[in-house]
Write a protein that binds this ligand. Structure first.
Ligand SMILES: [Zn+2]
Length: 72
């Protein structure tokens, strides 16, 4: 499963695997980098392809998490 994190102030969407420590099944890291005030989680998505399509559809810059490498 995959999740997208949409960072609203910086205008990007980061794709993560659900098990990534930064994603934590769409809950993020509490009170750290991915706080709810700066954005929102979308998902889960069954495949990377679907997550990527949804990320592109936001119109934001699409980034892939360098820790969980969601496209592998
Ligand atoms: Zn990740």
């Amino acid at each position: 499963m995959f999740y997208n994190y949409r960072n609203i102030p910086i205008n990007y969407v980061m794709i993560h695997k659900a098990e990534c420590r930064f994603c934590n099944n769409g809950q993020g890291v509490q009170n750290v980098i991915l706080g709810g005030a700066n954005g929102e989680w979308n998902g889960p998505y069954n495949t990377f392809r679907i997550a990527h399509q949804n990320a592109v559809a936001t119109g934001f810059e699409v980034r892939l998490c360098g820790r969980c490498n969601p496209n592998n």
